[in-house]
Ligand binder design. Structure first.
Ligand code: ZN
Length: 303
């Protein structure tokens, strides 16, 4: 399940419902005063190892995340939340990976930025939760079995969990979670919904003998979505490939990795998301400011 760490000054935002949204507008401390309740920073695939010096595919993952966190806390208009959409840890979700992860994201709390984390195939729920709790034992940490919906002014964000087994590539939502999601969406039919989970949709089964690398129950997931037109976008990571597509009216947003790429020339980095009454504008912040796609903006529009 997703994990949420609330910044000290912004407690109350995740309590859900109109009261929490109103609290954002009127009840914020000095640090969050310049924040934007409709802006979210979208990160994925940070792959933080136990040791800060570890590199993979020519990338120091710890340094990449530290750089992104530096950019986030320097933003003049603070995002309402930072979402790391899975594969926070390098490969096996080790406690030491999360200790390093927690120290990388530590400065966000002081800057009033809330952190939301979903589980990737290289994550492990227990150690991640422990590390984030232990980092700041007196800080409010909510395990989100009951708090997986971020309600904001223009859209509800649903954070889902596709981790099946640690370090096994296959993703799955499962019947129980799909049932929960259907119920939560049905209770919020009036407002656009954006769904988040780590794995990519996979519409065709793998070759015989091969593993599913995307979501094994994509068919059931997309049937559920098709029946609920308030769902406007599905945001995922996993493939380490920045792209935006559309299928039957639903936007498919594949976030870039903060960490390494599987294909040369693609951008890594994070995505600045601005929600509005008619959609969401995304802007790519590439790790390499000289990358031709850095600053690329895409407007997702919905009625
Ligand atoms: Zn990954």
């Amino acid at each position: 399940m997703p994990i949420h760490v609330q910044a000290l000054t912004r407690r109350g935002f995740l309590a859900g419902g109109a009261a929490a949204v109103a609290g954002l507008a009127v009840g914020r401390g000095a640090i969050g005063a310049e924040g934007d309740a409709n802006r979210f920073a979208l990160l994925s695939d940070t792959h933080i190892p136990s040791r800060p010096e570890t590199e993979a595919r020519g990338v120091n993952m710890t340094r990449n995340l530290q750089r992104v966190v530096g950019q986030l806390i320097a933003l003049e208009r603070k995002p309402a939340g930072v979402i790391v959409n899975g594969d926070c840890a390098y490969l096996k979700g080790l406690p030491e990976d999360y200790a390093n992860f927690a120290s990388c994201v530590g400065p966000m709390a002081g800057a009033g930025l809330d952190l939301h984390v979903t589980m990737g195939n290289h994550d492990d729920r227990g150690p991640l939760y422990d590390a984030l709790v232990m980092q700041e034992p007196d800080r409010a940490v909510v395990e989100s079995k009951h708090v997986s919906v971020i309600e904001s002014e223009h859209a509800n964000l649903f954070l889902l969990d596709t981790l099946t087994e640690v370090d096994v590539v296959t993703g799955e939502l499962g019947r129980e979670q799909l049932g929960w999601l259907a119920g939560e969406l049905d209770r919020r039919g009036e407002k656009p919904a954006v769904l988040f989970a780590h794995h990519n949709p996979q519409f065709t089964p793998p070759e015989e003998g091969a593993r599913w690398s995307g979501i094994r129950d994509t068919e059931a997931f997309f049937e559920l979505i098709a029946a609920r037109p308030q769902v406007k976008a599905y945001v995922y990571g996993h493939t380490h490939r920045w792209s935006i597509g559309k299928r039957d009216g639903l936007y498919l947003v594949n976030l870039p990795p903060v960490a390494y790429l599987f294909e040369e020339g693609l951008p890594n980095g994070w995505v600045d998301a601005q929600l509005g009454p008619g959609g969401m504008v995304l802007e790519l912040r590439a790790m390499d400011p000289g990358h031709p796609q850095d600053g690329q903006g895409v407007a997702l529009e919905w009625a």
